[in-house]
Each structure stands twice: as structure tokens, then as C-alpha cells.
Design a protein around this ligand. Structure first.
Ligand SMILES: *Cc1c(COP(=O)(O)O)cnc(C)c1O
Length: 348
């Protein structure tokens, strides 16, 4: 498989925007090339200079942490940006299609629709695993991307690695594995298999385990050819200087992230046990993420009564295979206790 043969033909030779800082990369000098403000910023800290368009320092740090070469890393304005860029790189509007496996994360569908790309939905099994046979039957010559999510949102489980590998081996297009929740998972994820599969793109994010959702920083890991085309079509300065600076700081503090992940996992197991005792609860699905999916009687009524208590969870009861389910993010000990108390009252 050649990435060059999968990419939309008009992008192969396209010339990306060349920024002032691409043309002169020296650090020393009098910079009169980018129409910046020479006096500094209206903010306390100076942000008057355009940031590194390719975020080299940040990628080096992420590379060391993830044990992935910096040349195989793309950074986006949230993971939502690489989702959109992958569609724009590989899918011809009004012609090509992508496959998703509901119930899953909503952005694959939204991005496909915005870009006028066909969408094929192959639902998961009752156990929230891939129907690999049905996925393969749905692949046609215009299918360019298969989006998989593991651990999956909103079902919280990890996909069987053997099924994912089977898709990677048999599909002659791009397979995206969204690993937004991988830090909370007992599974190793696919980052260590990056070199085995030319068509593999892994998405991870600073929004969940790292606690940096407001900064908007997502990662895509893939072979250099895919990264090359993503870099070609991305907005030149897609990661702000503030985000790059704060992410470098966060990467000095991996221990904080690891400790919070462990804390959330233990709170998750505790809350799962407590919620399972409620009369109206039929099932708490096993979770490999920082949220749980709970099936119960009258989920919508419970959702409304929680809102009355100013406790906001996600109502997924209208989503395929999630009938009667609420998705609940693991909060702090106090937040979980407040939720539990409210649920116990509703249960009376
Ligand atoms: C939260 C989430 C993301 C993160 O998106 P960002 O744009 O990086 O904040 C990505 N994928 C899934 C499945 C998610 O649930």
C-alpha cells in the first residue's frame, strides 16, 4: 500500500502556505518579517511572536515519553482537528465514504457530514465489539477510512485487539484508532505497533488524563508519509504559543498525570460498586475509561431529576445499543458522593 495512492490526487503536489518563520529559521536577529508587534503583548506574558508551526520542541518531548519518533507525530487543535484533516486528506467529497461503528464518538460523523463524505454505519455487537465480517462487507472501492475508538466512547470498553488487527491487515485504506482514554485502560493500545501497519493512525489527547481540555491539544501518531500530508494541509499555526508552552510544562509533570489517573481508576471502581447496588440499576458496564455507562429503569427521568439537583450526566438512552443508559464521568470523591446520594433519593 502506498499512502501517495490513497491521498486525494490534487493534494499530492499542493504547495502549503509558507510562513515567515519557515523561510528564516534562525533564532537570533531583528525580526521584521512577520508583522508582529515589537513591543510585546497586551497580556502580562509576551505572546507577540508567532509560534513554531511544527512544534518541534513539544514533539521531541512527546516522542521521548511515548517512545515514538518525532517524525511520526502530528499535533492538532484537539483531536478533533486531525479527525477533520484526515477526512480532508483522504476523502473526495460526494464520492468517498468512511465507516464508523456506532455507538461511538460523534465527531467522526459530524466531520464526514461537514465534508460531504459518505458514512457507513456498522453497529457494534451487543457486547460492544466489532462485527469484523460486516465491516469487511461494507468496504467498497470508495471507502477510505475506518474509524475505531478504543476504549470506546460511550460504551467505555476496549475493542478486542485481535479484531482491530484483523481490520488493519485486511483493509487497504486508513484505519484510525481513537485512543482518547488509553491512559485509563488496562490494554496497551496500538502505539507500540505503529511500525507494523502503514495504514494505522492513532489519536490521543491532552484533554482527558492530562486535564488540559481547555487548551485543545490532540496527537496523531502515524508513518511519516501520512504525517507529511497532514502537515501540508493544516492551518500554519494550529497550536498556539500558550498551548505549546503549557504542554511543555505538563510534560515535566508526568507524575501528576499518573497519580490522577490512578485516583480516577480507583474512584471509578468504588462508584461502580455503589451504583450497582441501586434498585433501578440493571447494569454498570465494565469501564476501561474515566466514565461509566449505566443501564437503568427510566433513564431519562433519572437524568431530569439529577438536573434538578444540578448534577449533569450524559443521557445516552436514545443512542443505538445504549437504550436506557446514562454516561457518567468519574468526578472527585465529593462529587461522586453527591451523585450517589441523589441517585439513592431517586431510587426510594
Ligand atoms: C474526548 C474525546 C476526544 C478528545 O477530543 P479533543 O478534541 O482532543 O478534546 C477524542 N475522541 C474521543 C472518543 C473522545 O471521547
Amino acid at each position: 500500500m502506498k499512502i501517495k495512492e490513497l491521498i486525494r490526487p490534487h493534494l499530492v503536489d499542493i504547495k502549503p502556505y509558507s510562513s515567515a518563520r519557515d523561510e528564516y529559521t534562525g533564532k537570533e536577529g531583528i525580526f521584521l518579517d512577520a508583522n508582529e508587534n515589537p513591543f510585546g503583548s497586551a497580556t502580562r506574558e509576551a505572546f507577540n511572536r508567532y509560534p513554531d508551526p511544527l512544534q518541534k520542541k513539544l514533539k521531541e518531548k512527546i516522542a521521548a515519553l511515548k517512545k515514538i519518533s518525532a517524525s511520526k507525530i502530528f499535533l492538532g487543535n484537539g483531536s478533533d482537528e486531525p479527525i477533520d484533516l484526515l477526512i480532508r486528506a483522504f476523502c473526495e467529497p460526494a464520492t468517498d465514504n468512511v465507516i464508523i461503528t456506532p455507538p461511538t464518538y460523534g465527531m467522526y460523523e459530524v466531520s464526514a457530514e461537514i465534508n460531504n463524505i459518505g458514512l457507513k454505519k456498522v453497529p457494534l455487537t451487543e457486547d460492544f465489539q466489532l462485527k469484523t465480517g460486516d465491516i469487511k462487507k461494507n468496504i467498497d472501492k470508495n471507502t477510505k477510512i475506518i474509524f475505531l475508538c478504543s476504549p470506546n466512547n460511550p460504551t467505555a470498553n476496549s475493542l478486542n485487539a485481535a479484531d482491530v488487527e484483523h481490520i488493519l491487515e485486511t483493509f487497504a485504506g486508513i484505519v484510525v484508532i481513537d485512543e482518547a482514554y488509553i491512559d485509563f485502560s488496562e490494554q496497551p493500545g496500538f502505539a507500540e505497533k505503529l511500525d507494523w501497519f502503514e495504514n494505522l493512525v492513532i489519536l490521543q489527547t491532552f484533554s482527558k488524563a492530562w486535564g488540559m481540555a481547555a487548551l485543545r491539544l490532540g496527537m496523531a501518531f502515524a508513518n511519516e508519509d501520512i504525517i507529511h500530508y497532514l502537515n501540508k494541509i493544516k492551518p500554519p499555526y494550529n497550536i498556539s504559543g500558550a498551548t505549546q508552552k503549557l504542554a511543555l510544562e505538563a510534560l515535566e509533570n508526568v507524575a501528576w498525570k499518573d497519580a490522577r489517573v490512578n485516583e480516577i481508576k480507583s474512584l471509578r471502581n468504588e462508584l461502580t460498586g455503589d451504583i450497582n447496588k441501586l434498585r433501578r440499576v440493571e447494569k454498570v458496564f465494565p469501564s476501561d475509561a474515566n466514565f461509566i455507562l449505566v443501564k437503568m429503569k427510566d433513564a431519562k427521568a433519572v437524568f431530569d431529576r439529577l438536573i434538578d439537583e444540578k448534577i449533569i450526566v450524559r443521557n445516552r438512552s436514545n443512542v443505538i445499543l445504549c437504550e436506557g443508559c446514562l454516561r457518567i464521568t468519574i468526578g472527585t470523591k465529593d462529587e461522586n458522593n453527591a451523585l450517589l446520594k441523589a441517585l439513592q433519593n431517586i431510587d426510594k
